[in-house]
Design a binder for this molecule. Structure first.
Ligand SMILES: C[S@@+](CC[C@H](N)C(=O)[O-])C[C@H]1O[C@@H](n2cnc3c(N)ncnc32)[C@H](O)[C@@H]1O
Length: 189
């Protein structure tokens, strides 16, 4: 597959997942976050699909096409490591949709970035929030989900922010399965 074809497939997956997430999160006047403003295409798409919502973009710089932004646009500038925990502290667990398009080409920098993003997501996301990410995330409170959207394997990842009690049960279950050498743990099944 050429790089052009790969790029088109990535954007198609991104657009269809954003359409799916925005169509199932019906509550009005909620909050959506776009991590990685870039050119502003996904930010603009979220704003169009979510009238009445507060849609906030994050990036270290504002390099968006002016057509992507409007008078009510909210862009938080700075490093994610700083801006996201600050936003979470100010508006804890407020987002019902989070889209992250922040993968880095250097594998070790990317792994560090995804570890940081995975850790902060549960602080940003309300229970039942949908998180879409171009990279895999790992956290006991982020449950992988499989939207009814044709997305090539490994191209995009979707999660639901689950409640702390469910996350604890999951963490206990996996600890028990590990302790039993991967065997069946009937009391937590
Ligand atoms: C692929 S672009 C996002 C494209 C965007 N979704 C669009 O539709 O145009 C990724 C963006 O994430 C930003 N970014 C990556 N890591 C960051 C970090 N640690 N802190 C702040 N911004 C970051 C980059 O500056 C870049 O603009």
């Amino acid at each position: 597959m050429s790089r052009l074809e790969s790029h088109i497939r990535r954007l198609q997956a991104q657009c269809e997942l954003l359409n799916w997430a925005t169509s199932i999160q019906e509550s009005r006047n909620s909050v959506a976050l776009d991590l990685g403003l870039g050119n502003g295409r996904t930010y603009n798409h979220l704003c169009e699909r979510l009238p009445g919502w507060r849609v906030v973009a994050f990036d270290r710089q504002n390099a968006a096409d002016p057509k992507s932004l409007g008078p009510k646009s909210e862009v938080v500038l700075g490093e994610f490591q700083v801006t996201l925990p600050e936003f979470a502290a100010r508006y804890p667990r407020s987002a019902r949709i989070i889209h992250s398009d922040a993968g880095l080409s250097d594998p070790s920098a990317n792994a560090r970035q995804m570890q940081m993003l995975g850790a902060v997501m549960p602080e940003l996301a309300a229970d039942g929030a949908i998180i879409l990410s171009d990279q895999e995330l790992a956290h006991p409170l982020l449950q992988r989900i499989h939207p009814p959207v044709a997305v090539p394997v490994g191209r995009y990842f979707a999660y639901e922010r689950i409640t702390a009690s469910l996350g604890l049960r999951r963490a206990r279950r996996s600890a028990l399965v590990t302790a039993h050498g991967g065997g069946y743990a009937p009391e937590f099944a």
